[in-house]
Design a protein around this ligand. Structure first.
Ligand code: AMP
Length: 220
């Protein structure tokens, strides 16, 4: 592909954002910036921000905007990359405005926002089958994207775990928070002319193909 792309993957929890963003970043040869993974890593490292964030995450609630904006901005600055695939940030209008301002100033604005559409009942089914590697944070799905060896991470052989926030009650809370706080971002990016919608249902490879086609066609 041509010059480095700057993309955001937007979608409800469990839409397959993490898996698709990781694969897409590999195909494009750019870093994958996943806010949830970075927060879980910070919590595992017991950094002050990580420990603060963990309390919100375990309840299925959003980490406050001022913490998120600072945390991701630091990470993007350290990366200094021309291209990237953002996954999980921004999630609120406040975060989107702060990110836009920062990237515009650095003359590396977001180019495409891919909205992965998956209905709520499908999301609930998916999240309850999800497993995460506690060591490298890679996610799997017991039916849709299983590891080569049952319950063991392909990358580092660690035994997979269920995230506390993938428990059924917390999943419902996360979906509620998503609709309250993130639904508005679709209009925000549609108005900016960045949004392309992609059907997130079906096989992993099918969805990846739709994402590639959507990038090729560009926002409409
Ligand atoms: P994820 O792995 O993307 O599902 O994120 C897991 C959790 O991390 C979320 O449920 C939130 O508690 C927190 N989180 C990740 N990204 C953000 C964000 N941009 N704004 C607020 N909270 C976030």
């Amino acid at each position: 592909m041509g010059p480095a792309l700057r993309l955001l993957l937007l979608g409800p929890p469990g839409a397959g954002k993490g898996t698709q963003a990781r694969k897409l970043a590999e195909r494009l040869g750019v870093p994958h910036v996943a806010s949830g993974e970075l927060l879980r890593q910070a919590a595992a490292d017991r950094s002050p921000i990580g420990l603060k964030a963990k309390a919100y995450m375990d309840r299925g609630e959003y980490v406050p905007d001022e913490i998120m904006i600072w945390f991701i901005s630091e990470h993007l600055n350290e990366l200094g990359a021309d291209g990237f695939v953002l996954d999980g940030f921004p999630r609120t209008i406040e975060q989107a405005k702060a990110l836009d301002l920062e990237l515009d100033t650095e003359q590396r604005p977001l180019q495409i926002v891919i909205g992965l559409d998956v209905p709520d009942d499908e999301v609930e089914r998916r999240l309850t089958g999800r497993r995460t590697c506690p060591s490298c944070q890679r996610t799997y799905h017991m039916h849709y994207d299983p590891p080569a060896v049952d319950e063991v991470c392909d990358e580092d052989g660690t035994k997979l775990a269920t995230r506390p926030d993938d428990e059924p009650e917390t999943v419902r809370r996360r979906l509620q928070v998503f609709h309250q706080q993130t639904d508005g971002l679709y209009d925000y990016f549609r108005e900016r002319g960045n949004l392309v919608s992609v059907d997130g249902c079906g096989e992993l490879d099918e969805v990846s193909k739709r994402i590639d086609e959507a990038i090729e066609a560009g926002p409409r």
